[in-house]
Design a protein around this ligand. Structure first.
Ligand code: B12
Ligand code: SF4
Length: 547
């Protein structure tokens, strides 16, 4: 069977798509891989202005061009998040016209989180859970011409339009995850270039999107259920999603080694796990030991929940090469954290920041996620967040996100119950409203202004719903010193995941990057006996499942 597998997202970093792509290639080698996005996400101009969003709508000519490029196969397999669902739906409709015989299947985050919406597209099936084993089952029955409509993790649309909504397969066990192929990475792939159709992905595309970084996922699952997060749906579908499942340290190390073979310039690995620090210490230590011995690259841990920040875990991971952390804080108001149902008290956030600050010699400033522009917030809630940022132990930086409601999450229900018009909420995660409080947040990132001035500034703060003056120029200007500070910090650590394009590559190629790291890189030393004491007992079954 000839398969065309298409990812709709802004970039080429889709880890879930890449996992699924590798598996589909294993069970059906006649497959081609396509990426559709605007690729503006990581451009220099984007980082300066944040003018473009992560969801971009293609016009009819582009929809046609994309559909023409992918329609010629027996199975068109689409994957995307909600931000690109509208484009995916339009392309699917056009593919159907161009090739009515093709079987069209839609998987990925959007059909999982909002299946009732995805099934309305002109598809034959949607995948509402983990794709690998369900797809293998489907392929076998489909090729044999047998009835496949009872396969779990799929919804099927019959010829007469009726929908078969099947339930969920058990989530893959750690042992099953271990048998899965590594992410499909840097093989033959095609990328959409508006006005020119699809062209082969080349090194510069990787450098433009990822810099010198490899994007990885080691563990799946998160014990929390913040109302704004897709996790609420994953857990509703299967409560076992709360458990952290992961492959063995050997597996993830081998995956990164395989990526380094095709891209020897890789200089850092970004772990996007939802809650990396929830992995127990013995397993983290095993990972750290192997990583240090066999990989030796720096790495960044993105999904950190403050309640799981522990001194010993930070120590062992920093010893292994961790040089950056991203942690979810979201708000400085306990009332808003309760509204989001985040069980992390403000005091715990402060403790986690204080623990992280102890490693500042070895880390690029940790980045804390904050959600702003929430219409539920009162003026006091906004002030509470500013106050938290003012007093949090430095250094750190912030990822500021304008609240956007992911359809079909608990937050959507909460907002509707509160009478909030969802249209009024920013359609873009990253372009902030130019409010005075957002300008002040950027100022605080480069300068903790004297308390007296800060108190005076707080008097000008307004809630989202209150009438207020907008400050687009001040916001633009306030961002620039912060960007420069961030850029310099990354340069100082020789880290090129944020500074994308050829600059890091040239430094790597000429050996200057290696020299820089040798001269200025700092490595945490930890007593060998301590590491040994943290390792799991030898008879522990591996790979394990933490709970
Ligand atoms: C890694 C990650 C990223 C990475 C990589 C993106 C990617 N597409 O993989 C990066 C950093 C780029 C990223 C960015 C964003 N992300 Co993100 N990200 C994740 C994260 C943490 C893990 C995804 C993952 O790899 N999971 C593990 C894999 C194995 O699972 P999977 O992706 O679901 O894939 C399986 C199935 O879906 C299925 N499947 C997938 N494709 C297909 C195709 C077919 C045909 C079939 C049959 C099956 C199938 O099989 C796969 C294997 O089992 C998730 C949270 C989560 N727990 O999923 C958020 C998540 C996907 N991200 C989210 C968001 C909102 C974003 C951003 C918009 C955030 C922002 N502020 O900018 C951006 C989007 C930018 C863009 N490029 O367009 C939301 C999406 C919500 C939604 N309804 O769309 C999530 C769910 C987190 C949340 N807050 O709820 N993200
Ligand atoms: S901690 Fe992060 S991944 Fe987990 S539910 Fe909350 S937002 Fe989602």
């Amino acid at each position: 069977m000839k398969i065309h597998m298409v990812s709709f997202e802004d970039g080429i970093t889709a880890t879930g798509y890449r996992k699924m792509a590798a598996f589909m290639e294993r069970v059906n080698p006649d497959i081609q891989f396509f990426y559709v996005g605007t690729n503006s996400y990581r451009s220099f101009w984007y980082s300066i202005t944040r003018r473009t969003g992560t969801a971009v709508h293609f016009g009819p000519d582009q929809i046609d061009e994309i559909a023409q490029g992918i329609a010629g196969a027996d199975l068109i397999a689409v994957s995307c998040m909600t931000g690109y669902a509208d484009n995916a739906r339009k392309v699917i409709a056009r593919v159907r016209q161009l090739n009515p015989e093709a079987y069209i299947m839609w998987g990925g985050i959007h059909p999982i989180i909002y299946p009732e919406n995805a099934i309305e597209a002109d598809v034959d099936a949607i995948c509402v859970g983990e794709g690998e084993l369900a797809f293998a089952e489907w392929l076998e029955l489909y090729v044999r011409g047998e009835d496949f409509t009872k396969i779990q993790n799929f919804w099927f649309k019959q010829k007469d339009g009726t929908i078969i909504r099947n339930g969920f397969r058990p989530l893959m066990s750690a042992a099953e995850l271990e048998t899965m192929p590594f992410q499909k990475y840097a093989g033959e792939e095609w990328i959409y270039s508006p006005g020119h159709g699809f062209r082969r992905i080349v090194l510069s595309d990787y450098l433009q999107n990822n810099g010198l970084a490899y994007q990885a996922i080691w563990s799946i699952g998160c014990p929390l259920h913040c109302t704004f997060c897709g996790n609420t749906v994953f857990i509703a579908n299967d409560p076992k999603y709360k458990r952290i499942r992961h492959t063995s340290p050997e597996y993830i190390v081998n995956e990164v080694k395989a990526a380094m073979k095709v891209h020897p310039h890789l200089n850092t690995v970004l772990f996007h796990d939802d809650s990396f620090m929830a992995i127990p210490l013995p397993e983290l230590t095993e990972f750290a030991k192997r990583w240090r011995e066999e990989i030796g690259l720096n790495f960044c841990v993105y999904g950190v929940i403050p309640s799981y920040v522990q001194q010993d875990k930070l120590e062992v991971l920093t010893w292994a090469g961790m040089n950056r952390v991203r942690m979810g804080v979201q708000s400085g108001s306990q009332r808003i954290l309760d509204f989001y149902r985040r069980p992390t008290p403000i005091a715990r956030v402060e403790r986690a920041a204080a623990d992280l600050a102890k490693f500042s010699k070895y880390h690029i400033n940790p980045a804390y996620d904050i959600i702003v522009d929430n219409p539920i917030e009162t003026r006091q809630d906004v002030i509470d967040t500013l106050e938290l940022i003012y007093r949090l132990e430095r250094p750190f930086t912030l990822n500021l996100f304008s609240l956007r409601v992911i359809p079909n999450t608990v937050l959507e229900k909460q907002m509707k119950e509160n009478g909030i018009d969802l249209e009024q909420i920013n359609a873009n995660y990253t372009s902030l409203r130019p409010t005075f409080s957002n300008v002040l947040l950027y100022v605080l990132l480069v300068w903790r202004i004297p308390r007296k001035w800060f108190d005076r500034a707080l008097q000008h703060v307004r809630a989202f719903s209150e009438p207020q003056k907008m400050h687009p120029i001040s916001l633009f200007l306030a961002r620039q010193p912060w960007l420069i500070k961030q850029g310099l910090r990354h340069l100082r650590f020789g880290e090129f995941s944020v500074i994308t394009g050829y600059s890091g590559y040239i430094l790597w190629k000429t050996g200057l990057l290696g020299l820089w790291k040798k001269l200025f890189g700092r490595k945490l030393k930890v007593d060998a006996a301590k590491i040994e004491s943290w390792l799991p007992p030898i008879d522990r079954p591996s790979p394990s499942e933490a709970s």
